[in-house]
Design a protein. Sequence first.
Length: 138
Amino acid sequence: MKKLIIINGPNLNLLGTREPEIYGSLSFTEFLDEVKGKYPNVDIDYYQSNVEGELINKLQEVGFSYDGIILNAAAYTHTSVAIGDAINAIKTPVVEVHISNTFSREEFRHTSYISPNAKGVILGFGLQSYELAIQSFI
Ligand code: DQA
């Protein structure tokens, strides 16, 4: 059984209530239950933190044993050299995802410290971006 983890960065714990016109009105736990039901043959873990160092600790913890990491680093995408470095330092491939199309938004969201080190990038499909990332690993 493939072992994947979804890692969500800051403010994504508020999905469902946070700017629903951009991020939708489904909570991540509701979405995750649904997606886990659809892929019973994939082991999908979930981790969320608002703290940059905790995201790096998690990447290091899972990055030598899991089959795939699905990472939405949220705002840290656009600022974190350290998360970009962590992806290079581990063995497990990382697929970068975003709910919104960051290229159709403010200019500062057009830069990603994750993309150069990611296996691939999926963005702009709402929560379905995560499902597409799961499919990329199976
Ligand atoms: C986001 C896009 C980021 O620019 C933003 O800071 C987020 C969410 C997305 O999933 O669309 O928090 O990563």
